[in-house]
Design a protein. Structure first.
Length: 157
């Protein structure tokens, strides 16, 4: 797991944590359905990232991923064995299935003023808009410092 590149996000996540804002990772991972890797490997990667962030005092409250094209998984009879796998066919961003599952699991109500998504794809911003929230698009390769600025903006709201 040493090959995992972790962007400099710990300080921003700690800022959100201190501000009482829950931090949840939602991720499209169609590589599972295409058998590039399986759910267990993906979970190991997420746990490694979680451990590294925890060592820096940054807490992720929950992790969710959508392993589809769901249709592909059904067509190929791929078993999705894990509770933290959102199996709803509408889980793939920009649909809000993972957000709905998060809210259900954590007993939150979806309220657009409380949903912020930070992502590297337009689908992340669109997901936020679909949930009546605010989306932030960031290129972590070119502008990793923007993550902290975005977290500051979120905490101010």
């Amino acid at each position: 797991m040493n090959h995992i590149k972790l962007y400099p996000v710990a300080e921003g996540i700690k800022l959100l944590n201190k501000g009482g804002i829950k931090v949840v990772v939602i991720s499209n991972q169609s590589g599972v359905a295409r058998k590039y890797f399986n759910c267990e490997i993906l979970k190991e990667i997420d746990l490694e990232i979680d451990n590294r962030l925890n060592q820096k005092g940054a807490i992720i409250d929950a992790w969710y991923f959508c392993p589809v094209g769901f249709d592909y998984a059904q067509e190929k009879n791929i078993v999705l064995p894990n509770k933290w796998v959102v199996e709803n066919p509408k889980c793939r961003k920009p649909n809000i299935g993972m957000l709905e599952q998060t809210c259900k699991d954590l007993e939150w109500k979806i309220n657009g003023t409380q949903i912020y998504l930070i992502g590297n794809k337009e689908s992340d911003v669109k997901t936020a808009q679909n949930a009546r929230g605010k989306g932030y698009l960031i290129d972590m390769e070119k502008h990793p410092e923007e993550f902290f600025r975005i977290c500051e903006d979120i905490v101010k709201h």
